[in-house]
Write a protein that binds this ligand. Structure first.
Ligand SMILES: NC(=O)c1ccc[n+]([C@@H]2O[C@H](COP(=O)([O-])OP(=O)(O)OC[C@H]3O[C@@H](n4cnc5c(N)ncnc54)[C@H](OP(=O)(O)O)[C@@H]3O)[C@@H](O)[C@H]2O)c1
Length: 303
């Protein structure tokens, strides 16, 4: 029997996931909002469902009965709750799926003072964007209890991969925080995230949270330096924290207020996902090679 899979929020990760699921023989239904996403999904031969999670009526008649749902749509950009998740669960409740795999973020842990963070660490959201993720996780747990639907949560750090590198930021020569003051940050290559998503759908333990990362945290400044080297661009200028309060945009500053190192043992040992890209050098080289069209591996690359 053909496996039925739904992808809700079919952008950068979702489209790659669709390709991987179709290669494995699944019938993929993709919920998408924009023309661009719908066109990309149609070219992949996914079954498209046009809907906007900010417009509950657009989900009327949704039928995800018995399917596996990957929920990848971000929460709205304001407030501390995830109204999109609420809308989706309300619509899905009429004909519920057998499982939901949710992409949350490691931001739910808040600032951990650079400590290694396992999944049993209590959440401590600081930024509103992290509160919204905690709200989404809470909604899913309650839905699971009420409806008997298996829910698996992946907490994901910065995603990078082909065409998802901070090229523009580096080209604009925007400064970064001085290395010695830069917090720990974590990443995962998009292909490894797709592998983790599929593993979570097949064998993730219902109710369990899994951290997803390459297992090799480094500072944010190191990340920008390594991307610059890989792209053959100048490394960004480093500035002290006092100066950064003025010179670095508020979005980026909020990430610089949190430091943690994500422990991925549960992902490796219990979910059986061994990341293919454990170092940025390998992951960035593979990303640049795979970039389509305009961007090519520069000859000045140190790789
Ligand atoms: N970027 C990171 O480093 C990072 C880290 C941790 C977690 N995450 C999360 O991981 C998930 C997947 O990331 P991604 O990079 O694939 O994100 P993405 O490329 O922005 O894709 C998200 C998709 O969600 C859809 N979406 C947004 N609002 C919607 C709405 N109101 N109704 C229906 N669809 C809606 C968008 O659809 P349209 O294209 O049709 O507008 C978009 O295609 C996101 O939740 C993201 O926040 C990202």
């Amino acid at each position: 029997m053909t496996r039925e899979v739904w992808i809700v929020g079919s952008g950068y990760v979702g489209q790659r996931l669709a390709v991987a699921e179709m290669a494995g023989g699944a019938r993929v239904h993709a919920l998408a909002r924009s023309e661009a996403s719908l066109a990309a999904l149609a070219s992949l031969e996914a079954v498209c469902w046009r809907a906007d999670l900010d417009q509950p009526s657009s989900l009327a008649g949704l039928n995800v009965h018995g399917a596996g749902v990957y929920y990848l749509a971000p929460p709205p950009s304001h407030g501390r709750t995830d109204s999109r998740m609420q809308t989706f669960l309300q619509a899905a409740g009429a004909r519920p799926p057998h499982r939901i795999v949710y992409v949350s973020t490691t931001g739910v842990y808040g600032d951990c003072g650079g400590e290694w963070v396992k999944e049993d660490r209590p959440v401590h959201p600081m930024a509103d964007r992290a509160w919204r993720r905690v709200d989404a996780e809470t909604q899913l747990r309650s839905f699971s209890d009420r409806m008997g639907v298996a829910v698996v949560i992946l907490r994901v750090p910065g995603i990078y991969g082909p065409n998802r590198l901070p090229r523009e930021r580096l080209e604009k020569r925007l400064p970064v925080l001085r290395e010695s003051e830069s917090p720990w940050s974590n990443r995962v290559h998009v292909d490894d995230l797709v592998a983790a998503l599929q593993a979570a759908m097949c064998r993730g333990v219902p109710g369990v949270v899994y951290n997803v990362s390459d297992g090799y945290p480094s500072t944010m400044t190191d990340y920008f330096n390594q991307v610059a080297d890989a792209l053959g661009l100048p490394r960004p200028r480093q500035i002290p924290r006092a100066e950064a309060e003025q010179a670095i945009d508020p979005g980026m500053r909020s990430y610089l207020a949190e430091s943690r190192r994500i422990d991925n043992h549960r992902m490796r040992e219990e979910l059986g996902v061994v990341p293919r890209y454990t170092s940025l050098v390998e992951g960035l080289a593979a990303s640049i090679v795979a970039e389509d069209g305009a961007h090519r591996l520069p000859t000045r690359s140190r790789l």
